[in-house]
Design a protein around this ligand. Structure first.
Ligand SMILES: Nc1ncnc2c1ncn2[C@@H]1O[C@H](COP(=O)(O)OP(=O)(O)OP(=O)(O)O)[C@@H](O)[C@H]1O
Length: 566
């Protein structure tokens, strides 16, 4: 019996087509291998048999294969026995022997029908020998040396791959199945199912899954931008819908399967439903637009400093980890998983930026995303806003204020021409970037031209959010929403008036009312022309107020117009 190891090695090297390592060790390495494996053909193994030292998964697989093999009836038991005994002879295996086979629990346990020590020894889990392909078919020209005392050609040869339905690597993904030759695909699928519950693509098992196949994440829904429909009618604006390739999700959304946060009838309908149903829908809506963006803020940006905060958000100066550029990142305070109205309100700013496109007098919007139920907006970093500017003790002379007005009027003209009103023009929202002035915070933006005759001036599809009361035009206090573009003009006039007088505007009281009655106090050290301009901008009647385009033609801006053209 001391010869056994040598003989086994010899025999295996003959059968394993170049593989001489012990198969027990190789089991895990060889998984998925296409090359033929060593012989395993000698009958059945006790289903309870375990392989000492085999890893758990491997062991389970071996057990399942053994089970499968235990149901195999050999084409001819006599042949099987003859082959097994000849194999044993070839390997020098004796029931009382020592060597590798000896260590196997089945070694030495022989009965007539179950004699296969070689089964576990040689079998690797990825390869199953079919019913009667094992012993009957000699390989063409096979007449190898079997071992001392064994006549050439008396050994069973390993089944060729042509005769096994499973002589193919186990599928790891749908591609393995698809790449398999057509005529073997169904066999492979059946084998896969048998092995670990794998189902062919397209079939589902409750509570199960495709092992080894990563689920393809569903792409989030696209939210409709309420500002864009109107823009399509404005000459020069590209109809952005035409540029969009519609995904399945978008098509679903169009067909009413998806949800549109701005679709008020839907919101109303939801209110009528049960609470639980409504919550489920909100959650679905939220996850469908937020996707799987978790941790982008921390992973992409390094937070440097808190820049400021408002009623709606907190803004941080951040460095982008890859491009090294500094940006202002706005964290919207609202938890977006709570209500659709909050989602709509939060998205209003990014949708307005996106619909307006880049403009030299608007802060540049880069991107936005939702993370941990909060909206993050990546914006161009400004040096400061006008409020901070004055807080630093700086004051504006007339020339500087004219430049501020000129830039702001250009931005407002662009917005109004696009059918949007800012609705919160104030020193906080006018930024200094280098030597330029730019308008930011489009969170209160709304459509200023309505298709609805009953509610002129504000679109029923847009939320109307009031801005700061100190800069609010008088007609808005009376809920007259018919001239929202002109309300912006009043707010800009009030901003310039405050900065010129270096005195904060009143929040309430007589002064508050007087300003709205066109009773403006004189502005020392500023020209009459400037005062006249501010007075026109702050006319009580919005119809008498000039538009941004008209104001840009004012003589006070002559040299700005000239420098713009040059
Ligand atoms: N792009 C930016 N660069 C530098 N600072 C900024 C930027 N955007 C905002 N800030 C700072 O953050 C503060 C708050 O920003 P913002 O006004 O946009 O927030 P908000 O919550 O929308 O305010 P509001 O109460 O007016 O709605 C601003 O006053 C300004 O100081």
């Amino acid at each position: 019996m001391s010869q056994s190891p040598f003989k086994l090695k010899t025999i295996r090297s003959m059968f394993s087509f170049g593989s001489s390592q012990p198969s027990q060790e190789k089991g895990s390495q060889d998984r998925g291998r296409l090359s033929p494996k060593p012989i395993r053909c000698l009958g059945v193994v006790d289903p309870g048999t375990t392989v000492p030292g085999a890893p758990g998964k491997l062991q389970r697989k071996k057990r399942s294969l053994n089970l499968a093999l235990s149901q195999v009836t050999l084409g001819s038991p006599v042949e099987g026995l003859a082959a097994s005994s000849s194999f044993q002879q070839a390997s020098g295996q004796q029931s009382d022997g020592a060597g590798p086979m000896e260590s196997h629990p089945t070694a030495g346990t022989q009965n007539n029908m179950s004699v296969s020590q070689s089964q576990d020894f040689f079998c690797t889990p990825d390869f199953v020998t079919p019913n009667d392909a094992q012993l009957k078919i000699p390989a063409p020209g096979f007449n190898g040396f079997a071992g001392p005392g064994v006549p050439p050609g008396s050994l069973a040869h390993p089944p060729t791959r042509d005769f096994t339905p499973l002589g193919c690597k186990r599928p790891r993904s749908v591609f393995d199945v698809l790449m398999c030759p057509e005529n073997r695909r169904s066999q492979l699928q059946a084998y896969s199912q048998e092995l670990d519950g794998y189902r062919p693509p397209g079939t589902r098992v409750k509570g199960g899954g495709l092992k080894g196949i990563k689920p393809i994440p569903k792409s989030p829904l696209c939210v409709k931008n309420p500002f864009k429909g109107q823009l399509a009618n404005i000459p020069g604006n590209v109809q952005q819908e035409d540029l969009l390739m519609k995904s399945d999700d978008e098509k679903d959304a169009e067909q009413g399967k998806g949800q549109d946060v701005f679709d008020e009838p839907q919101l109303v309908k939801r209110k009528r439903g049960g609470d639980a149903k409504r919550k489920r829908r909100k959650r679905k809506m939220f996850t469908s637009i937020s996707g799987m963006n978790n941790g982008r803020y921390r992973s992409d940006f390094k937070e440097v400093q808190k820049l400021g905060y408002g009623s709606f958000s907190t803004v941080f100066r951040c460095i982008h980890r890859l491009d090294g550029t500094q940006y202002a990142i706005k964290h919207v305070k609202k938890n977006l998983s709570t209500s659709n109205a909050d989602i709509a309100q939060a998205l209003q700013e990014v949708q307005a930026y996106s619909a307006l496109g880049p403009h030299p007098c608007l802060l540049t919007y880069h991107t936005s995303w939702i993370e941990n139920s909060r909206l993050y907006i990546q914006l161009e970093l400004s040096d400061c806003c006008l409020t901070d500017y004055t807080k630093q003790g700086k004051t504006f002379d007339e020339e500087e204020l004219n430049w501020m007005l000129w830039s702001s009027l250009q931005a407002l003209h662009h917005m109004h021409a696009s059918g949007l009103a800012h609705m919160d023009v104030k020193p906080d929202n006018i930024h200094v970037v280098g030597n330029k002035y730019k308008i930011g915070d489009l969170g209160t933006c709304t459509k200023c031209v309505s298709e609805d005759a009953d509610q002129p001036g504000v679109s029923p599809h847009c939320l109307y959010r009031e801005g700061d009361a100190r800069y609010m035009a008088p007609e808005l206090l009376n809920d007259n929403l018919g001239h929202l573009d002109k309300s912006d003009i009043w707010s800009l006039g009030a901003t310039a008036y405050e900065l010129a007088r270096k005195c904060p505007l009143p929040m309430k009281g007589d002064n508050y009312r007087e300003i709205r009655e066109e009773n403006l106090a004189a502005i020392p050290s500023f020209s009459d022309t400037f005062f006249e301009l501010i007075t026109r901008m702050m006319r009580r009647d919005p119809a008498e107020r000039p538009s941004a385009a008209q104001l840009m033609q004012h003589r006070i801006f002559d040299h700005m117009r000239a420098s713009n053209h040059s």
